[in-house]
Design a protein around this ligand. Sequence first.
Ligand SMILES: Cc1cc2nc3c(=O)[nH]c(=O)nc-3n(C[C@H](O)[C@H](O)[C@H](O)COP(=O)(O)OP(=O)(O)OC[C@H]3O[C@@H](n4cnc5c(N)ncnc54)[C@H](O)[C@@H]3O)c2cc1C
Length: 409
Amino acid sequence: MKSSFTYVVIGLGGLGSAAAYWLSRRAGKDVLGIEQFELGHVRGESEDHSRIIRKTYHTVPYVRFAEEAYRAWAVLEEESGEQVVVKTGEINFWPPATTLREDDYNRSMAACGVPFEILDNVQLRRRFPEFRFGDDIHGVYQPDGGLAGAIRANAAHRRMAQQNGAALIDNMPVSSIKQTAGGYEIVAGGRTFSAEKLVIAAGPWTNRMLAHFGFELPLRVTHEQVTYFASPNLGEFTPDRFPVWIWMILDNYYGFPVYGAEGVKAGKDRFSPIDPDKRSFEPDVQNETDVRRFVAEHIPRAFGPVLYSKTCLLTHTVDGDFVLDRIPGHPNCVCAVGATHAFKFASLFGRTLTELLVYGKATTNIHAFRFDRPTLALAKSDWEIGGSARAELAHIRPKRVHCGDKDMR
Ligand SMILES: Cc1cc2nc3c(=O)[nH]c(=O)nc-3n(C[C@H](O)[C@H](O)[C@H](O)COP(=O)(O)OP(=O)(O)OC[C@H]3O[C@@H](n4cnc5c(N)ncnc54)[C@H](O)[C@@H]3O)c2cc1C
């Protein structure tokens, strides 16, 4: 294999696989993707059957970005011949106790011409009889919401990148990055590669890579999990009959129809801080119990024995917004951080990273995702306050609310 490439992508999870694909459409065999574990491994953030894709966002730029995300996925689907986005419709339940601001969501969708319906309690019961909820709940339905088939999409991105001539290598952890006259020298698994331009898409390990540039972002990595249920009524929960759903509270519950697995999937955020290299794969009993109770109470016909709970990592930024930008002082090196809700945008991230490297600017509005935005600079000192990691994490929540009341799915 050659050792000199125009583009090198570090990390082949959801975002890096997309970057390898979009770069390969332009540069084919001049693209190298490097992954520290095996391709498709489950130690990062991106490898489960489904992730929610939705246009229900709290600002106009996010709604527009989400609309563009569907277009990016459509290119992958067209070229790979494989469907990766399944529109099931999305129902968001709005409990009165939420700190999220529903008006922000509805106004932003309205401004972008995204259709949605506000359903009062009676309409909600009539339209979604699978759910049980109190008299104080209402809902917002958006028909384009659904799921992105994550495992399938990642594999399609990588397969198409390889088909376009890109080289993807795995079990090769990048241990050093040095700037050279012509770009970068990268050492991975004992081999040395050179690149003119670089993508860093290292998810929970981002700061390890940024250290080679003298940077550290205020990121936190947490341990999460989802649970699959063997419903006795699975036929009622297929994607054509059952929508993706979100309970619109911070630390929320959310769920999916049957897709790719033998059961219905639901989850609840844990936000349990963790070192990505010292994690366990043991499910958290309390979280699984909470999700079991929630499904039994609110979606009783979906409830059944737990098939399994699957753990994964999640990378947070302090303001909940992505990082999708060049590294300051390095016009030929771009970095992507998913900030807990990026899978739906994965292909668009890949396209945007490619635009930044090839044309020097993005065709979408990524202003909020700047590497050097003030919230990240200010947050750095805030996040360093506190004793235990949990206490530090508790600090995130008011900050998130302060920074725009956004949900995290
Ligand atoms: C439980 C859960 C539910 C979620 N739900 C949703 C949802 O419904 N909708 C949504 O849009 N998003 C959701 N997300 C978030 C979304 O999955 C992530 O934002 C996204 O997958 C992040 O992808 P990534 O490529 O940044 O990270 P990863 O997939 O972790 O990829 C990073 C890769 O970089 C590799 N790497 C790191 N360091 C090195 C190195 N030194 N050398 C080589 N390779 C390296 C890693 O091994 C890894 O493969 C959810 C996440 C979780 C955990």
